[in-house]
Design a binder for this molecule. Structure first.
Ligand code: GLY
Length: 418
């Protein structure tokens, strides 16, 4: 089980126990933490970093490692889904091999979920496994992807309908030796990306009741309310760019949000490291709350929706799609009388406070989207399994929910005003 003490969350799994350190600045203690975790022996490290990170951030990381007695090499990764491939993995492995990277030496993954997944997978297979230190630089990766040891890459396959990108089709469970979160890395994150990460925090809040924190949802609502009070007081437009970010940007609020979210994730992972729990107990599959809907809509072209950047046309960010998926899941659950009737309204209000879309225009027919959901990799024996919220910020896996309810929930995401 996890525990919060001095900005540290413990993660205990069958294969490894480690800590998630939530620091104000990534450069302050990274080197020291890596040294404490790995001991005095390793003298070298390889940093796999997102090519778009600001130079001062990279320099801070390198100085911190240097001070702790590490020499290092750095490889940049263009962090796109199209580049999260076996070919890029091969390039990372070639880089490690060319540096004679040894088994006891760490890979430092510095970036969002794509970099963490790629670098983590490379660490899992280089010389049959070397340590990885996850240093997430997006909110989404901090509260979700960096914790729990899932690593992998996408596969592009030719099917009868053309070429299809299968997300995370190959990978490995490889728990990090530590996760080091520097909240300062969020300073350079675009507001839209930051808001997308808040959707995963809402997801954790909807699960928190079963993992020791049934109050996270109310706490987030309270913070959102305080912020809207401030905006009214100051006469600002309610949808000012990055408005909620300014509120959680207050160090103590942001730290608490990340710590509480990570603690919920840590407890889910501790109970079911390899996602082997049955539908009846839920386990790690509960983290897919909202995701079956999200996967079916996030790559759709031709959508328009409102974000903190104004009217957008194109594809949704993963977190934006997750927010919509959470809404749809709440609506199905309410129709089945599995959760409080007002839950979808509360979730919609939170998403709006976080300047995340609650409706999109340009969606294909709801029937088509539900057919796409049937292709989700969690579908077994053609049975659609949805994670649905229940009372008290808990969730459960529901097999074969009535199709018309799922279609209705998808239809409810259509922006009818445009
Ligand atoms: N992001 C889902 C999981 O870690 O299982």
């Amino acid at each position: 089980m996890g525990s919060v003490a001095q900005h540290v969350v413990g993660v205990t799994t069958g294969s490894r126990s480690y800590n998630v350190f939530v620091e104000d600045a990534i450069s302050s203690r990274l080197g020291q933490i890596v040294r404490e975790v790995l001991g005095p022996k390793p003298r070298r490290a390889v940093i796999i970093a997102d090519t778009h990170l600001p130079m001062p951030l990279l320099a801070g990381v390198e100085v911190s490692l240097f001070r702790a007695g590490f020499q290092f090499d750095r490889m940049g990764i263009e962090a796109t889904e199209a580049n999260k491939t076996v070919r890029t993995l091969e390039r990372v492995l070639e880089f490690l091999a060319s540096r004679m990277h040894e088994r006891g030496e760490p890979v430092i993954a510095l970036g969002g979920g794509i970099v963490g997944d790629l670098a983590g997978f490379a660490a899992a297979v280089h010389r049959r496994g070397c340590p990885v230190i996850q240093c997430p630089t997006t909110l989404l990766a901090m509260v979700d992807a960096s914790v729990g040891g899932k690593t992998g890459v996408n596969l592009e396959v030719e099917t009868a309908g053309g070429s299809t990108l299968l997300k995370n089709a190959v990978g490995a469970f490889h728990q990090p030796h530590a996760v080091v979160i520097g909240l300062d890395t969020l300073d350079s994150l675009p507001a839209r990306q930051f808001n997308a990460g808040l959707a995963e925090c809402v997801k954790h809040a909807l699960l928190g009741g079963a993992f020791g924190d049934g109050e996270l949802m109310e706490w987030m609502e309270e913070k959102a309310k305080q912020r809207s009070g401030e905006t009214t007081k100051q006469g600002e437009a309610p949808c000012k760019r990055g408005a909620w970010r300014a509120s959680v940007g207050e160090a103590s609020v942001l730290r608490e949000l990340v710590l509480r979210s990570v603690l919920i994730k840590a407890k889910v992972v501790a109970g079911d490291e390899r996602e082997e729990a049955t539908s009846a107990t839920g386990g790690r599959a509960l983290l897919n709350l909202g995701h079956t809907f999200a996967h079916a809509i996030e790559t759709l072209p031709g959508l328009t929706f409102r974000t903190c950047e104004g009217e957008k046309a194109g594809a949704l960010l993963h977190g934006e799609a997750v927010g919509l998926g959470l809404l749809a899941a709440c609506r199905v659950a309410a129709e089945m009388s599995r959760c409080e009737e007002g839950l979808s309204g509360r979730v919609a209000a939170l998403l709006q406070a976080f300047e995340l879309p609650v409706a999109v225009s340009g969606l294909p027919s709801a029937e088509d989207i539900v057919a796409r959901m049937q292709h989700d990799k969690k579908v077994l024996d053609s049975v659609l399994r949805l994670v649905l919220p229940t009372a008290g910020c808990r969730a459960e896996v529901v097999e074969n929910p009535a199709r018309e309810l799922v279609v209705g929930a998808v239809e409810s995401l259509r922006d009818k005003g445009r």
